[in-house]
Design a protein around this ligand. Structure first.
Ligand SMILES: [Zn+2]
Length: 426
């Protein structure tokens, strides 16, 4: 039994937007509406829900509240509900009245999906794309790799084979649009969904789930973006091109995915202890920032070429982020954070939760080690804990490392926990 729910969460004009510290002013209008979408699957006594919210991230307390309230109104156990964010950078900040509305809407979307359950067929598979959508933003000079060009797809069809819903998973920041955009939008996933509905049928529900996209965006420097430097490709036109590539790859694969009824259904959870990252003393971090500041001043004084000055300003920003992170982590009395990892099996497919922005290498490794034909790596799921770089990346530094809350072992612990849980489902 499968049901889909879809509830609009577009914030009113004038709402503060999340995603860029360089953005100035609240939303001025709406380019495309935002939604919370839910897929519920039941078999016998077992039910699971996969929820995707078009917001920047959903913190653990909100996840728990949505789960609890949805469980109270359905037959779903709270622990078999997975709640993910798409991480759009043109959505609202979750706070105040809007946050209450968001929670109510997410619950409503789950209840709607629960009540809409009918006998349906599910099929899952992998659709590779040949173009460039996600690019490794830490490797802009050396070919944009590693990246993940696979799209995981789950198809819901009715008894006559008509497509009712498509769930897809692909790692790439929905931050094609930059800080200058003040229109609410789901970013490139909106255009992918729009094209799928155009080509299949208007009523098809499309559920996009983020992947392990920590170091993957649409091809620009995260450092310059953080400074608010304008980047010419950050337009709705380019977002549409990217959405078309993704939709095209899904459409060419969709008919070839054989539908199947039945299959196992299960949900498991475990806890992974994440260690707060304390890479240096406060004094060291402060002197690093001072040094970076002096470098900027010297270059400015010497009228250095703009790219060199920008690079120095980026380094200063990173030193500032590192110092703030260190101050925060030193204040935390708890040195370890117990994070939840969840895995869900639906027939030949498995879903793994990642509670933040993991580097693409982590998802690739989890897929490689998974015993399932199709493994969905769902980023920003069940929590919103920031960046999880690979151990190698900590040695290199850079934007994500300068703001990462947890240490170099976190990503590998997650990989191992995922592999362990996936074995249990088998
Ligand atoms: Zn991000």
């Amino acid at each position: 039994m499968v049901g889909v729910g879809e509830v609009k969460i577009t914030p009113p004009t004038g709402t503060p937007m999340a995603g860029f510290s360089a953005r100035q002013g609240p939303s001025r209008g709406v380019h495309d509406d935002l939604f919370v979408r839910t897929l519920v699957v039941s078999r016998g006594e077992t039910s699971v829900a996969l929820v995707t919210c078009e917001v920047i991230g959903v913190d653990r307390p909100l996840v728990e509240e949505i789960r609890r309230r949805a469980a109270g109104q359905t037959g779903l156990p709270a622990e078999s509900i997975l709640i993910a964010a798409t991480h759009t950078h043109s959505g609202p900040v979750l706070q105040g009245e809007y946050q209450d509305f968001f929670v109510r809407s997410a619950v409503e979307s789950i209840v709607q999906a629960w009540r809409a359950r009918r006998p349906r067929k599910l099929a899952s598979g992998v659709a590779p794309h040949g173009g460039w959508v996600g690019m490794n933003r830490r490797r802009l000079e050396t070919g944009f790799s590693p990246v993940d060009k696979e799209i995981q797809v789950l198809k819901v069809t009715d008894s006559r084979g008509g497509v009712e819903a498509v769930l897809f998973n692909y790692p790439c920041h929905p931050a094609c649009l930059g800080p200058d955009n003040l229109l609410i939008s789901a970013d490139w996933p909106y255009f992918a969904a729009q094209r799928l509905r155009e080509r299949l049928r208007k009523t098809v529900k499309v559920l996009y789930f983020q992947g392990t996209q920590g170091n993957i965006n649409t091809g620009y420097s995260a450092g310059l973006s953080a400074l608010g430097v304008p980047i010419p490709t950050r337009t709705f036109t380019y977002a549409r091109e990217l959405g078309d590539i993704i939709a095209g790859a899904i459409l060419s694969k969709l008919p070839a995915i054989p539908s199947q009824s039945g299959g196992a259904l299960s949900s498991r959870r475990d806890t992974v202890a994440l260690e707060n990252y304390i890479p240096s003393t406060l004094e060291e971090a402060r002197s690093k920032l001072e040094q970076a500041g002096r470098q900027v001043e010297e270059l400015a004084h010497a009228a250095a070429p703009p790219p060199r000055l920008d690079a120095a300003r980026v380094e200063r920003a990173f030193a500032e982020y590192s110092l703030k992170r260190l101050e925060r982590n030193l204040k935390e009395r708890q040195r370890e954070y117990p994070a939840e990892i969840q895995t869900i099996r639906v027939g030949d497919a498995a879903f793994v939760s990642f509670p933040g922005e993991f580097f693409v290498e982590v998802g690739l490794e989890v897929k490689k080690r998974s015993p399932f034909a199709t493994t969905f790596c769902l980023g920003l799921a069940n929590d919103n804990l920031g960046y999880f770089p690979t151990p190698e990346a900590y040695a290199e530094g850079g934007y994500e490392v300068s703001v990462a809350r947890f240490g170099p072992r976190s990503a590998t612990s997650w990989q191992d926990a995922a592999a362990r849980l996936l074995e249990v489902h088998r």
